[in-house]
Design a protein around this ligand. Sequence first.
Ligand SMILES: [Zn+2]
Length: 154
Amino acid sequence: MDSLGILLILGLAYLASKSTESTSNNSENSVAQINSRLLSQVNPVLAEKAQTVINQMANLGNTLIVAEGYRTNALQDKYYAQGRTTPGNIITYKKGGESKHNVGKAVDFDFIIDGKQSNSNSNNWTLLGKIAKSAGLIWGGDFKNLRDYRHVEI
Ligand SMILES: [Zn+2]
């Protein structure tokens, strides 16, 4: 997948999420606030499992941020257009309404590395996948057609 395109989307999503945050100089609080707000918009069963993943990863020294949870059909269509009718590589095979994000049953994570949001290949996605699966989630890293290491769903 096109990591630059994803980074751009994530950056925009992150900026959008930051803009609605109350002002806080404590970055750890901000991450917790973002996670809490985005998890409040998804299915409660998923939210609880995702929070378990966040907590267990934190216990192992990894800070996770929820990059995206619920996603509108319109935004899904925009992602679907990428690599087809708009520039960039294909990042999804799902149209609006077809993604688990559209029904609040999927969450994408990023790591916080040195205070910055990161979805670098060097992050410990294998550990994230292992913990996510032990929490009862389906991990996108196991997807056959488009591996999605950041993605978990119920
Ligand atoms: Zn996802």
